[in-house]
Design a binder for this molecule. Structure first.
Ligand SMILES: Nc1ncnc2c1ncn2[C@@H]1O[C@H](COP(=O)(O)OP(=O)(O)OP(=O)(O)O)[C@@H](O)[C@H]1O
Ligand SMILES: [Mg+2]
Length: 299
């Protein structure tokens, strides 16, 4: 059994008594990682976005995208000044560092964040990972809400929900009108857009692939928030267009067998690792200091 499976099994055995959203003790990663100073690693920076047959400069993108003025709730932002979030923020920096380490080995830039079941913390992880990146000097992150069935990113950010991805995929909006920017940090958002009746068909129609290919060179990281795997096929479709997949597992809640099924879907393809969300500080999750594991699952 791999170390990640051991950790998941242990987490299931040590199921915490209750979930406490008010006290966000969130994520953890194994003690086998190598600390990398934030911002120490250089990633290639290309500032052109080929789209509609021509190349757009970053400055044009900045000028033409929407700047609605988000109202990010401090309850969802682990980098807010709330003291209880300090440990959580540190773990998102660790996750960020591990992703930069993985990038040293393979060219990853577009990340899909998914999970087995609803409510495991995909949006929480996607948003705070993007914030961790955008808070670095001269780093630029794009968040895409590809959960066209239960979109939440715009709610967490206090941003308009449309026009967004569904409108672009349906041919009702162009690249610029679906991109929102924050004037303070280098964080951009593509919200999910207007509700549609055929999300899977839209995601598979080829336009998402083209959009990601065109836009990802403008950003240091592109983070795609997806629906859960067991409910619908959407995450598997989007994963084909992403460089890597992160699977969020809610500590002590998601059954081990179900997580195994999810990991099998992406193993051998582009699975990067697992984030154990909501783990108890100090708990022993099978060989990891406390919390969980993030890394390659080699089983
Ligand atoms: N580590 C955490 N600490 C505290 N609250 C959390 C944590 N992770 C998630 N939550 C809370 O749990 C709820 C579900 O989280 P979230 O919306 O991120 O899950 P999701 O997997 O994206 O759900 P869905 O499948 O519905 O999209 C939210 O209210 C969120 O604020
Ligand atoms: Mg979500």
């Amino acid at each position: 059994m791999s170390r990640i499976h051991e950790a998941l099994k242990k987490a299931e055995e040590q199921r915490p008594p209750a979930w406490k959203p008010a006290d966000p003790t969130p994520l953890g990663f194994g003690d086998d990682g190598i600390a990398v100073a934030a911002g120490a690693m250089q990633s290639p920076r290309r500032e052109e976005m080929p789209t509609a047959g021509r190349c757009l400069r970053l400055e044009e993108l900045r000028q033409r995208c929407i700047k609605p003025g988000w109202k990010l709730s401090p309850d969802y932002d682990v980098f807010s000044t709330k003291q209880s979030s300090a440990l959580c923020a540190e773990q998102f920096r660790t996750l960020r560092s591990r992703l930069y380490r993985l990038r040293e080995k393979s060219p990853i830039r577009t990340l899909l964040v998914t999970s087995t079941l609803p409510g495991e913390g995909k949006t929480f992880v996607a948003l705070n990972l993007a914030l961790a990146i955008a808070r670095q000097h001269e780093r630029r992150a794009l968040l895409i809400d590809a959960d066209l069935r239960a979109s939440r990113l715009h709610v967490r950010l206090g941003a308009p929900s449309a026009p967004g991805l569904s409108d672009y995929l349906g041919g009702r909006a162009d690249e610029f009108s679906i991109l929102q920017a924050d004037p303070k940090v280098e964080l951009f958002l593509v919200p999910a857009g207007r509700p549609v009746g055929n999300p899977s068909e839209l995601l598979a129609n080829g336009k998402l692939k083209g959009f990601l290919n065109g836009i990802n060179s403008v950003f240091d990281w592109v983070i795609v928030d997806a629906p859960p795997v067991l409910a619908v096929a959407d995450a598997g479709i989007i994963a084909q267009f992403c460089d890597g997949v992160i699977v969020v597992v809610r500590a002590g809640e998601t059954a081990h067998d179900l997580v195994k099924t999810t990991l099998q879907e992406f193993r051998g393809n582009n699975l990067l690792g697992v984030v154990l969300n909501g783990a108890n500080e100090g708990a022993d999750y099978g060989g990891h200091s406390y919390y969980a594991g993030f890394g390659m699952d080699t089983e």
